[in-house]
Write a protein that binds this ligand. Structure first.
Ligand SMILES: [Zn+2]
Ligand SMILES: [Zn+2]
Length: 282
């Protein structure tokens, strides 16, 4: 049996152009997933776009020109009513599948009021805390995929991990820290290859802080998490693992879960008390 997929996007995430909650549920049933959570984006940071940024036409309505000429992107709010309604419809249509509600909060520690308000109104089953930047709170916001093209990637990833520590220390309203390896997805090809060992101390510090806060680490399979990180999580006292396809299209739900489950087992984790729960320490 596959582990639950606790991080999936649908048409209610503003960057999921081909997202579909219904088609994703269909696919989940087809591959035998016991449970999935639709954790849509809640992004409150406003980005200044790089001058050469190729804007998808779907984002056109969310951009504006600043007086100084820069283009800025303001992610749209989550349509909470539409989302909850569609979720209910899917629960009726797929009674054998456990469908959880959820949200992926980006830089939640910078937006305590807006975050608390959304979480209260949403009553979500799964609350994920994410970081998509290595910018500091008082700097112009940049997605890490852009920063990696412009600065030393080693410095960028270190800054990302340092901000992740601040996120955990300053914000408590979440269960799962997502994709600790998010910058690795966008590692520049012309740079010497990515070397995980360069970041061991920084990653361990994030994991230790997360374990002390009594939270769960995500095993994101979009780029399969390096097995060494799962081992470090166990050593640093991690209590549980949450599996995540981070699917933005229906066919990606549960992607790579067989392999991820084997890695988690080898690192000393096992399924929780029931099929729907996070995996726990063996
Ligand atoms: Zn994310
Ligand atoms: Zn995501």
């Amino acid at each position: 049996m596959l582990p639950p997929d606790n991080h999936v996007h649908s048409e209610f995430s503003w960057d999921a152009f081909r997202g579909s909650m219904e088609a994703t549920c269909e696919r989940a049933v087809e591959i035998g997933l016991p449970s999935l959570a639709f954790t849509e984006h809640a992004d409150f940071s406003v980005s200044t776009l790089p001058p050469d940024f190729v804007l998808p036409e779907q984002w056109e309505p969310h951009t504006a020109h600043h007086p100084d000429g820069a283009r800025v992107l303001t992610p749209p709010d989550l349509d909470l009513a539409g989302y909850l309604e569609t979720l209910e419809r899917c629960r009726d249509r797929f009674p054998g599948l456990r469908i959880l509600s959820g949200v992926e909060l980006s830089e939640a520690h910078w937006f305590p009021e807006r975050t608390a308000d959304l979480v209260r109104r949403g009553g979500f089953d799964r609350v994920l805390a994410s970081l998509h930047t290595s910018s500091r709170r008082d700097e112009a916001y940049e997605d890490v995929s852009w920063s990696l093209q412009q600065a030393d990637p080693v410095v960028v990833y270190r800054a990302y991990l340092a901000e992740a520590v601040r996120l955990i220390e300053e914000f408590d309203g979440f269960e799962v820290l997502t994709h600790i390896d998010y910058p690795v997805r966008y590692w520049p090809r012309d740079h010497h290859g990515f070397d995980l060992t360069e970041f061991e101390a920084d990653i361990r510090l994030v994991l230790r802080t997360l374990a002390r806060a009594d939270k769960v680490m995500e095993f994101n399979t979009r780029l399969p998490l390096d097995p060494r990180v799962v081992g470090w999580w166990r050593e640093e006292g991690g209590k549980g693992v949450s599996f995540a396809s981070d699917a933005h299209v229906p066919e990606a739900v549960g992607h790579g879960f067989q392999e991820a489950a084997a890695v988690a087992r080898a690192a000393g984790f096992k399924p929780g008390a029931d099929l729907f729960e996070f995996w726990v320490r063996d």
